[in-house]
Structure formats: C-alpha cells, structure tokens
Design a binder for this molecule. Sequence first.
Ligand SMILES: Nc1ncnc2c1ncn2[C@@H]1O[C@H](COP(=O)(O)OP(=O)(O)O)[C@@H](O)[C@H]1O
Ligand SMILES: [Mg+2]
Length: 417
Amino acid sequence: MEAEATSAKPDEIKPDETRQAAQAALKTPFAPWRDPAAVPYLRIRNVVKRFGAVTAVDNISLDIHAREFFALLGPSGCGKTTLLRMLAGFDTPDAGSIELDGVDIADIPPYERPVNMMFQSYALFPHMTVEKNISFGLEQERMPKPERQARVEEMLALAKLEQLAKRRPDQLSGGQRQRVALARALAKRPKLMLLDEPLGALDKKLREETQFELVNIQERLGLTFVIVTHDQEEAMTVSSRLAVMDHGQIAQVGTPQEVYEAPQTRFVADFIGDVNLLEGAIAEIGAQGVETGVEGGGLGGVVVTSPDAPAQIRASRIPDHVAAQGVGAAIEVALRPEKLLIEKHDPDAAAMENSAVGVVEDIAYLGDMSIYRVRLPSGRVMKASRTNRQRTLAQTITWEDEVRLSWDAGAVVIVAG
Ligand SMILES: Nc1ncnc2c1ncn2[C@@H]1O[C@H](COP(=O)(O)OP(=O)(O)O)[C@@H](O)[C@H]1O
Ligand SMILES: [Mg+2]
C-alpha cells in the first residue's frame, strides 16, 4: 500500500485490545456455528425472490452469527446481489423470512435497519473532501458535532486516511477511494455490514492487500460482515465461513477449508480452486475414515473404478449422501493439483492403486511453483502442481515426458456424479 497508508500499524492503535483479542482467539477459536446453543444473529429462512420468470433467489435458508465474516460466493447471476439487497431492505422477499437479532425485519424500512450496504459501484460525492464524504451521513442523522468529529477521526484512522482527509475523490487512487467508501459505510456503525464486490475495481495486488485490511477492520470493530464475491480466492481469504451459490440456491456452506477439502458437489469442487475431476463408479464401500493402504493395516475406505486410472482408486471416506447411492453409482473423483505427485513413469512398473499415467503436454512456470498439464490415454487432461523449492533435487520433467501421477487415499474427494 502507499507510504502514508502504512504509517499506522494495528498494534499502534489499540495495543492492549488487539493483543487480548489475539490471545483469546488462540485459546478458543472463533466458531459459534459449531456451538448448538449459539443463537444466530441473522436467520434467513426459505427466502424466495422472483423477477418475472427468473427465480433469482430460490428457497435459501442460512444462519450467520454475530462477528462472522461471511462470504456469498458464486458465478455472476447466481443471486448474490439479490440476497444482499433483501437483507438491506431494498428488495422484499416473495416468500420466507429474515430475522436480525431475533426480530423479523420484513416491515422495517432500510434506513431503520442496523444494516449498511456498500454497493458494487460505490459513488463518492465528487465535490466533497474525504472527511466530508465520511461525515455526510452522520450530519443527515443529526449527530452532534463533537461526536461526529470524533467518529470521523476514528474512521479516518481505521481506514488509514488521516493524511488524505482534505483531498477530493479525484485526487485519490482507486484503492484510496475504496477505503473512503468503506469508512463512509462504517461511520454509522451498522451492526451488519453488507459489501457487494467491494474490491472489484482494484487491481490484483491492491485487492489482496485490501482483503487483509478488511478483515482487520472487521475484527477490530467486532461487526458482522457479509461480503459478496465471485472470486473464490477472495472468499477464502476473508471469510470465517462461506456459502457457495448456484442458480439461486446454496450448494454448500462451510469454512473455507471444509469447502475446499470436502466439496459436496461437482459444482462446488469445480468452483473452489483448481480441481481435476475423474469419472468413476463405486465398486466397494468399506470402513470410513481409516488410514487406508498403510502396511499391516486393514484396507478400508471406498474403492472406485475409473476409465482414467489403470488400477483402482481408493478413498479414505465418502460423503453420506453419495454413499447412500450405493455400489455401482456413478460418481466423480475430485483431486486437487497440489495433492498429485508427479514422477517420470517407469514402463516396467506394475499398475499402481491411486495413480494415472500420461504425457506432459504443457508446463506453466509460475515462479514459486510449476503446473504440469498431463494428458491421460483417455484424453482427459490432469493438472499437477509442484513447488519449485528443491530445484537441484527434483528430477527434471519436461514436455512429452511420460509421467505417473499418484496420490494418497486421504486426498481423494468423492462427489456425486
Ligand atoms: N431488478 C431485476 N429485474 C429483473 N431481473 C433481475 C433483477 N435483478 C436481478 N435479476 C436477475 O436475477 C438473477 C440474479 O441476479 P443477481 O442477484 O444480480 O446475481 P449476482 O449478484 O450473483 O450476479 C439474474 O438472472 C438477474 O438477471
Ligand atoms: Mg451482483
């Protein structure tokens, strides 16, 4: 970020509070959704919104807890903005209910909700200074001047805008304007802050820096944030939990790690990060969650046959809803590129469980890692990534090499076909 923006480190602002919060967080990880006694702050129940023939939001139910940083993630047109607008009160659900802090908000107009929404195209007032942009809403609310000034100063410090208070928007960079918009939206201290693609206008590097700042601000203010994004990396970086949306419905809700490591549908696996999908059929369902393939240990787990693998594929576990389909069911095997070991193939070696053999078609060198595109005899292309740490030790793999990809049973994710 710019030089003036880095002058105030979080520690310099409220050292004790920050440290205490960090220590508390170490002792008890923040996960109210795992506590059956915790009452959600926001309860969305069977909400539907139609526009003519389009069902933009199709029977969504979702609980969000106080102090969560919750992300709604999905492709363009899946209903993210529509859902956010109903939370803010700019649209009314056709069916279902929304409760905030135990109160049904159906009849509460937008300006009376403890909610603020920062729009995708946040327009700052062009003729007003940064300071004035932030204080404008407070003036409208008739907040007394001393309180208002204190609040504006607090917001300027929070968004690292102190040095820029007297500038007008046209004298700011894109990232600075974005911070003004955020400070303006937060000035009224909404309990629930809704952000619709807030970083969309920023370039990649600034975007990544700003993601961390957003999380910092959210944690320091102790507010509840719901952010909309179509960028999976962004959702994974900022959120405590996320909901993956598809065609107006929720495909999966979970922590970033849960959704990445255990996607429950093909759509989710494909949408969250890079993934290889192999077609297969369930051949055997054994004990779940055991260490499979360990020498001397029993072989449990799930056996899958696939036209893409020379021997069978074994997974340590299978989601209940897929297991319910039984032996013979068509499924897909999802494998992350970083879970694949890539080695030169020895044509004399026997076909190995959890492996596939193919030819290197393409290599992308990304500095810290390389991505190999490997074409299997079936025609399918697999992506395998390898970090470039052990430059001297690693065997050189190059174009046209025949390679073997292999993986652990624990890395195999089975999703419904
Ligand atoms: N005011 C509207 N009138 C008609 N259709 C709308 C309106 N708002 C949204 N839609 C439609 O609803 C669907 C979801 O839109 P939206 O919530 O904006 O998606 P997202 O924010 O995920 O890109 C889209 O098909 C969109 O065209
Ligand atoms: Mg949108």
